[in-house]
Design a protein around this ligand. Structure first.
Ligand SMILES: Cc1ncc(COP(=O)(O)O)c(C=O)c1O
Length: 379
């Protein structure tokens, strides 16, 4: 099956008890058992839920993995992956991940004796140079949030494979429609399903997709033991979202390219970060590693004041955190998504006070451009 067919059919067999074409929302905490040790494969809903299982089969198929585990949020998914580690283990992280990922590593997991090194992973050699005998994992986000720099998954995968270290890729920005990290050599993919997979800004969720049998068994154990599962309603909402993932992503990509071009030519914009622009320093890698560029763009307005004018001047674009919904969302990384990153570090990474991030939706692109153009008038 090709991608769009899998998105609609994988894990979506009609419900066995009624034939319902849309998988029911099994809103139950437990299941009736026939006798001691006799049940229909379902005992307690933290451990198994048919709606969640259907979503997990669907996402495993889309990412080309053997198994998927769905969680209550993207952060819960990342946290579950990190519990594969133990005290004394060392992790190499691409600097410039989502602020919440950095916060989880720096403020919580460090306390349990896991060590983290943050490297500029645009250059794979930096990953190699940071490796220690106790390194057990490399965690990357590509494209990175919010300055859209890329990590060469294949090149880093060669390093991790040689060293027997797991490579984890946060594939939230591209979705499996545009980027397939497992095929490129990653071991584990994590998602905030809250974003493109759900696509309608009406659910919070996360997912882990992987291939290694031992890690699959460990993740099944962790999902049940720690219990940060996605709810049946949210699982259903994400599944409804993935059915249209292909058509939505094509439109996000088409609109994204047009808006990026408009921004790059606008006199009030000092710099645009979008991997689909030829001026992006990793444009060639983007073309090699992704099959589209998506709808995430950041741009520099020059100052906090200018950023404020744009953010308050828009009428169609919604000022808010998050991304990947059908509606265009606009945000200010320095005070919103990346507020937990220290200021010095933010400035080093290019997350300046004047930086604005836009998640281009699938409205008519002329309307998005007219809205931005009007807002720029206030600068
Ligand atoms: C790239 C990326 N990864 C992970 C997350 C965390 O996901 P969630 O908000 O679903 O916990 C986010 C949230 O913005 C994100 O942008």
């Amino acid at each position: 099956m090709k991608f769009s067919t899998k998105a609609i059919h994988a894990g979506q067999e009609p419900d066995p008890s009624t034939g319902a074409v849309s998988i029911p929302i099994y809103q139950t905490s437990t299941y009736a058992q026939e006798g001691i040790g006799k049940n229909r494969g379902y005992e307690y809903a933290r451990t198994q839920n048919p709606t969640r299982s259907a979503l997990e089969s669907n996402l495993a198929a889309l990412e080309g993995g053997r198994a998927c585990f769905a969680f209550a949020s993207g952060m819960a998914a990342t946290n579950a992956v990190m519990t594969l580690l133990r005290a004394g283990d060392h992790v190499i992280v691409s600097d410039n991940t989502y602020g919440g990922t950095f916060r989880l590593f720096d403020k919580i997991l460090k306390k349990f004796g896991v060590e983290f090194s943050y490297v500029d992973a645009r250059e794979p050699q930096n990953v190699e140079d940071a490796a220690r005998p106790e390194t057990r994992m490399v965690f990357i986000e590509t494209p990175t949030n919010p300055v859209m720099s890329l990590v060469d998954i294949k090149a880093v995968g060669e390093i991790t494979r040689r060293r027997g270290v797991r490579l984890v890729v946060d594939n939230t920005f591209m979705s499996p429609f545009f980027q397939q990290p497992l095929e490129l050599g990653a071991d584990i993919v994590v998602h905030s399903t809250t974003k493109y997979l759900n696509g309608h800004s009406d659910s919070i969720g996360g997912a882990v997709i992987l291939n290694d049998e031992e890690d699959i068994a460990a993740m099944a154990f962790i999902q049940n033991a720690a219990g940060a599962i996605i709810s049946p309603m949210d699982a259903w909402l994400v599944m409804r979202g993935t059915k249209t993932l292909a058509v939505r992503m094509k439109q996000h990509d088409e609109n994204g390219r047009i808006v990026a071009q408009f921004l790059s030519e606008h006199p009030k914009v000092q710099r645009v970060y979008y991997p689909g622009l030829k001026s992006h320093p990793q444009y060639e890698l983007a073309r090699r590693q992704m099959t589209g560029f998506g709808g995430m763009i950041s741009f520099e307005t020059g100052s906090l004041e200018n950023a404020g004018r744009v953010l308050e001047g828009v009428r169609l674009c919604t000022l808010g955190e998050s991304l990947g919904g059908v509606e265009t969302l606009i945000s200010h990384p320095a005070t919103m998504t990346h507020a937990s990153v220290p200021e010095v570090e933010r400035n080093r990474l290019g997350i300046t006070d004047g930086l604005v991030r836009i998640s281009v939706g699938i409205e008519d692109v002329e309307d998005i451009i007219a809205d931005l153009d009007h807002a720029f008038g206030a600068i």
